[in-house]
Design a protein around this ligand. Structure first.
Ligand code: ADP
Ligand code: ADP
Length: 232
């Protein structure tokens, strides 16, 4: 479960999140839509501590992340980053490490999992995203869609409570977008909790449990997709 209460985030004097509240239950897919500059990416990055925030509270299961400067923030951040995975538009894989090494990196170095166990788990995850044959390849040898599926396997390798996707298909052509979207749909149907920033209305309609429209740092509209996309 992820719960945001009245999150306020400023860059200098500009308020880019103006009191955002939302709750994502376990197993839910939450899609954030809205015009560029509305604060979608900032909101995702705030949830897993890549950005600070000035007021409000973020809760991930039993972890409470307070605003910037409040006691307990650092300890909460360490715990949240182990529980919440992130997938970026530009994949962000280590270019000089093989696909398998990319996937086992965090389980081994952050969670202290034994290497052999992490490798076995990583191979299963790479099979699951259709890349079982690519364990020894390097990111530069893969298509964008394949790299993004490695990034998804890497997030899954931490057994995360939730995965945050920041425009995961925006750098991909339609065929690769469909490959990645199909992996994300499978995860959703297996009950993976996720928050997805996307311009892909098809994914939002088909997969989301709830959609939030973020406009100028505030949630302008929220609801299930059948309500949000209902045309009069
Ligand atoms: P979206 O993901 O909806 O396109 P963003 O979260 O990227 O929106 O941006 C929200 C607002 O925050 C925009 O006005 C953007 O210019 C501003 N912003 C984002 N990152 C920074 C930064 N590092 N410094 C200053 N302003 C920023
Ligand atoms: P669009 O807004 O063009 O539909 P999306 O990113 O939502 O963009 O979808 C991109 C591709 O993913 C399309 O080829 C679409 O058919 C496919 N797609 C959308 N939803 C699903 C789904 N639930 N399962 C599998 N593929 C999907």
């Amino acid at each position: 479960m992820i719960r945001l209460q009245n999150i306020v985030k400023r860059y200098g004097k500009t308020e880019v999140l103006r009191g955002v509240s939302l709750t994502v239950a376990k197993g839910e897919v939450c899609v954030l839509l809205g015009p560029s500059g509305g604060g979608k990416s900032t909101l995702l990055r705030t949830i897993n501590g890549l950005e600070t925030f000035e007021a409000g509270e973020i809760q991930v299961d039993d972890i409470t992340l307070p605003p910037n400067g409040q006691p307990g923030r650092d300890a909460a951040l360490v715990r949240i980053r182990k529980r919440v995975g992130m997938v970026f538009q530009q994949f962000n894989l280590f270019p000089h490490r093989s696909v398998l090494q990319n996937v086992i990196e965090a389980p081994v170095h952050v969670l202290g999992r034994p290497v052999e166990e992490a490798r076995a788990h990583a191979k299963k995850l790479l099979d699951r995203v259709g890349l079982g044959e690519k364990c020894d390849a390097y990111p530069g040898q893969l298509s964008g869609g394949q790299q993004q599926r490695v990034a998804i396997a890497r997030a899954l390798a931490m057994n995360p409570e939730a995965i945050l996707f920041d425009e995961p298909t925006s750098a991909l052509d339609p065929r690769m977008t469909a490959e990645v979207t199909s992996v994300m749909s499978d995860l959703a149907s297996e009950g993976q909790t996720m928050i997805v920033v996307t311009h892909g209305m098809g994914f939002a309609r088909a997969v989301a449990h709830q959609v939030h429209l973020l406009h100028a740092g505030s949630i302008a509209e929220s609801g299930p997709p059948e309500e949000i996309f209902e045309h009069p």
